[in-house]
Design a binder for this molecule. Sequence first.
Ligand SMILES: CC(C)(COP(=O)(O)OP(=O)(O)OC[C@H]1O[C@@H](n2cnc3c(N)ncnc32)[C@H](O)[C@@H]1OP(=O)(O)O)[C@@H](O)C(=O)NCCC(=O)NCCS
Length: 195
Amino acid sequence: MGKKRSNRATFVDIAHAEPHLREDAARILHETFIEKGIDAWCTIEDAREEVAECTAEGMICIGLVIDGELIGWGGVRPMYDTVTLELHPLVVRLDRQRAGIGTTIVRELEARAEAAGALNIVLGTDDETGRTNLCEFDFEQFPVGEAIARLKNVNDHPFSFYEKCGYRVIGIIPDANGPGKPDIWMWRRIRGSRT
Ligand SMILES: CC(C)(COP(=O)(O)OP(=O)(O)OC[C@H]1O[C@@H](n2cnc3c(N)ncnc32)[C@H](O)[C@@H]1OP(=O)(O)O)[C@@H](O)C(=O)NCCC(=O)NCCS
């Protein structure tokens, strides 16, 4: 008889989690971004370093554990002191995406950020693989505001996920990661506005 799934979900503070959960956090980061063709955390060592950085003092870093398994994790860190925090990173295990887990983690990070006194969360979401239409614009000529107004999701870029979580696009850094590889900046006021 197979193991019965109870779907018991809990949040863990990754800084104080058991070593195997920290290792799972690194593995999920490494495997998920490799699969998406994104040039980040190319080795498991890079991903372990990221987990260490995200769990340093002053960071909020949480993971969602279901039936003892880490399913996804994310963090926020001071950006403009502790008034505005940056959400980085956010990742959901490949086999559990599109089931509300990312939204659940974002909401918990917002609640913890608000409890810590933050007013806003901002985040940058890169487009290194042409998953939006931004590579069509020549930003030396074309106004950024108009590009934001015309922004389209071409191939499952996560900015649409963040929009569904209530974040607005507030800026673009053209060529942030190389020619035609912009970073999209998004913002949400969290204090008093969570749904
Ligand atoms: C982006 C990510 C965190 C979203 O988490 P998730 O658990 O899959 O998302 P949810 O199920 O909570 O999605 C909420 C909504 O956003 C939509 N959505 C999620 N990912 C999306 C994407 N890449 N493109 C377009 N829409 C997306 C869902 O379809 C859902 O829409 P609905 O409410 O209309 O049904 C997850 O897919 C992931 O880890 N991706 C790889 C890593 C990554 O890109 N991280 C973000 C870097 S900035």
